[in-house]
Structure formats: structure tokens, C-alpha cells
Write a protein that binds this ligand. Structure first.
Ligand code: DCP
Ligand code: MG
Ligand code: MG
Length: 398
């Protein structure tokens, strides 16, 4: 085990602190914030015939995300339904939430209500300015024993723990961890040595910063979110969903393997239904199965890029940096329709979508000064879900 850890450490930069944020029941929270009297009532947000999300009051009453409206109403007759087909208020909320978060580090947007942040720099500043931050905030995946010689080799959850819950709350080991970290801080010859060797300590400071960030988001925007903290994006994203709503979870690098092994491959971000099916045919159902497959086999089946990603992901390895991609390169509007078999129907659909797109183009121009260069229509046909498209260079200014 020690040897394998050494090898992994060689491949990974354990000194980063990555935080992943996901707003809790985003659309539903937006609607409740606009109508505070709904605070304690079950609220669902609908698009077409689906409740795309609902608040946690509704979830406790048995309403899942993406339930058909009939089914949701059957499960919870008191469910208050709000139409959420106009995304304008959610986009506006997303923008202000991201603005608050981006003050703390490099931010990579991963959708309207999600973002990964590299907060290493801010953590290092705090680390060198105050060493008295010596506890984890929130939940912790990992276990620390008091007498172990080194945090990195002792922080793994035991197999029994990872099978039952997959996580250990810090309250079970807080004292031992605090003592160990304090003694490390005092015995290490330089703070650089502590930083290099003890990723756990950085994550500890990171967890405090993340608590502060979540507090800032709530105070300045009203929105509550959950967060994951780890040394890479993959683990931080997985950690984020472990304790929702309004909570944060940290995964220690040394606990990652035990945490990952029993998970369904579907939990790996990017593994969808189709890939899950292909993996099943290869006899791979959980992450541990995937760890037994060679990188050549994975690349042979899924191509080099995806194969290499899977090979790394099932080992908790994700070297990709957090990249601020700036303004989106394209703006799009979309809808699904039951029937579209003529040019006339297609025109109607485009006309119904156009006002939203034009409004967003105007907003974008105010912010960036850009105007669009090309217009692309994409469509899928039921049954054959392949995306087709036609592109045209714009001949006039929109
Ligand atoms: N959404 C959607 N259609 C989907 C998935 C999501 O319209 N197929 C919308 C509704 C969600 C928002 O995106 O509110 C964010 O998606 P999440 O998966 O983060 O779900 P929530 O934020 O609603 O809930 P959670 O608390 O689980 O994050
Ligand atoms: Mg969310
Ligand atoms: Mg989300």
C-alpha cells in the first residue's frame, strides 16, 4: 500500500486545494427566494411535463428531481408547482453567485449552478499568516488515528467504514487530527516542507476558507450551496454531492481509494448511461472493477482521451487544472418538441426561441462588446439521438 501511495503521489500534485460548489436545489431555491412565504412548503419547478427540481422540503416528502408532474403530485399532493421554462432569473442568479466565488480563486464554471475553484493561493496565504486554523470544517472522508506516524498513511477509512458509510465525520477523530497537525506544524523545519508533505493540512485550512465562501455567497446573494474540498477537481466534485444541502465535505488524498472503490462507475463524472452499458458488457460495474482493467483495454474501447481519463479517474487521479474559460464562446437556446416535420413548423420553433437569444446577445454585447459571427441550428431526431447541424455565417448584424 505504501508503495502504491508513493507512486500515486509521484503522479499527482497533492499540494493543490480545489473546491467544488453546487447550489442546492437551484431553480427551486431561486423561486423560494422570490417568494419567502413558500420557505417551509414543498416547491417544485416544472419544465414541460417534468418537475426538473424541487426544494428539500419536497424531497423529504418523497419528490425526486426529474419526476413527471403527475408522479410528483401523487407523491406530494401539497406540492406547489412553479413554471421554470424562462431561465432568465436563474442565469442572473448564477452570475452573481459566480461573482462572489471568483473573489477567492480561479473559477471554472461547470454549468449554471456549479463551479470548481482552485483556492490554493488563498489557502497558502492563510497558512503562512496564521497557523492557528487547526480543525476541519464540515464532513470529512477519511480517518485519522492518534498514534500514527504520519497523517498520509493513517488517514484512510478502514474497509469496514467505507463499505457502510463511505465517510467518517470529523467529530470521531478531531482531537487526534488536531494534535497531529499541530505537532507537524511545530516540528517541520520550514512551512514549505509542511506544504509539500502534508496535503491534509492544506485541505484543513481550505475547509475553513470554503465555509467562509459559502457564508459570503449566502450573505451576499441569499443562496445556499454545498461544497466539496479535495486536491483535485474530480474528488472535489464527488465530495460536493456527499452531504447536501448546505454542507461541505472534504476527501483526504489518502482516503480517496477506499472511498472510490465501491462506487458505481456511473458516479464518475462523464460516465453516462451509454458508457455505463458498455462498461457493464466489459464486466465493469463498480470503480474497483475498473481499476483492474489496463489502460490499453480502456483506450482500445473508448479512444485514447476517454480511456486515459477513466484509467486515472478510477484511481482518484485528475491532473487537469482549474481553467477560467472566460465568457462562453457561444450562446444557445433549445427546446424539445413533439412534432416538427415541416419547414413551417421549424420556423415557428425558431421564432419562439429567438427573443430569448436576442435578449442575451444584447446583454453579452453590453458586457463584452462582441457580436455573433455565425448562426447554427442543431437538432436531434427521436430514436436516433445523433446531433445534426447546419451553420451559416451571419450576413447582417443581429
Ligand atoms: N436542471 C434541468 N434539467 C436537468 C438537470 C438540471 O433543468 N436535467 C436544472 C434544475 C436544477 C439546476 O439545473 O435546479 C441545477 O441542477 P442540479 O443537478 O445541481 O440540481 P439542483 O441544484 O436542483 O439540486 P441539488 O441540490 O441536488 O444540487
Ligand atoms: Mg445544484
Ligand atoms: Mg448542479
Amino acid at each position: 500500500m505504501a508503495r502504491r501511495l508513493e507512486e500515486e503521489e509521484g503522479e499527482q500534485d497533492d499540494s493543490r486545494v480545489i473546491a467544488y460548489f453546487d447550489v442546492d436545489c437551484f431553480y427551486a431555491q431561486a423561486e423560494v427566494l422570490r417568494r419567502p412565504y413558500l420557505q417551509d412548503r414543498p416547491v417544485g419547478v416544472t419544465q414541460k411535463f417534468l418537475v426538473v427540481t424541487c426544494n428539500y422540503v419536497a424531497r423529504r416528502l418523497g419528490v425526486p428531481k426529474m419526476a413527471p408532474i403527475d408522479e410528483a403530485k401523487r407523491r406530494c399532493p401539497d406540492l406547489v408547482l412553479i413554471n421554470g421554462e424562462d431561465l432568465t432569473p436563474y442565469r442572473a442568479a448564477s452570475k452573481i453567485i459566480m461573482q462572489v466565488l471568483s473573489r477567492f480563486g480561479t473559477l471554472e464554471r461547470r454549468g449554471l449552478d456549479e463551479a470548481a475553484l482552485d483556492i490554493t493561493e488563498e489557502v497558502r496565504k492563510r497558512f503562512s499568516s496564521s497557523i492557528n486554523v487547526n480543525t476541519f470544517q464540515g464532513h470529512l472522508v477519511g480517518n485519522v488515528t492518534g498514534n500514527a506516524p504520519d497523517i498520509l498513511s493513517s488517514a484512510e477509512a478502514s474497509p469496514a467504514e467505507s463499505e457502510t458509510s463511505g465517510k467518517v465525520e470529523i467529530s470521531q477523530s478531531r482531537e487526534a487530527l488536531e494534535n497531529r497537525c499541530l505537532s507537524l506544524a511545530h516540528t517541520a523545519s520550514t512551512s514549505a516542507e509542511v506544504l509539500r508533505r502534508q496535503g491534509d493540512f492544506l485541505l484543513m485550512v481550505g475547509s475553513h476558507l470554503v465555509a467562509e465562501m459559502r457564508e459570503a455567497v449566502e450573505k451576499e446573494t441569499g443562496y445556499r450551496c454545498s461544497s466539496g474540498i479535495a486536491h483535485n477537481k474530480l474528488l472535489a466534485k464527488l465530495a460536493c454531492s456527499l452531504n447536501k444541502p448546505n454542507k461541505q465535505t472534504c476527501i483526504l488524498p489518502s482516503a480517496a481509494d477506499n472511498f472510490l472503490r465501491p462506487l458505481s462507475v456511473r458516479k464518475i463524472p462523464g460516465v453516462g448511461q451509454r458508457m455505463e452499458g458498455t462498461l457493464k458488457e466489459m464486466g465493469i460495474g463498480i470503480v474497483e472493477d475498473m481499476q483492474r482493467v489496463s489502460v490499453q483495454q480502456l483506450c482500445g474501447k473508448f479512444g485514447h482521451r476517454v480511456g486515459q481519463f477513466l484509467y486515472n479517474a478510477c484511481r482518484g487521479i485528475d491532473p487537469t487544472p482549474v481553467v477560467d474559460k472566460g465568457h462562453a464562446k457561444s450562446l444557445s437556446v433549445e427546446d424539445s418538441v413533439r412534432n416538427c416535420t415541416s419547414l413551417h413548423q421549424a420556423k415557428d420553433i425558431i421564432q419562439s426561441l429567438a427573443p430569448d437569444l436576442l435578449a442575451r446577445l444584447d446583454e453579452d454585447k453590453l458586457e463584452t462588446g462582441r457580436r455573433p459571427q455565425a448562426f447554427v441550428v442543431k437538432w436531434r431526431v427521436q430514436g436516433n439521438w445523433m446531433l445534426e447541424h447546419k451553420e451559416s455565417v451571419l450576413w447582417c448584424e443581429l
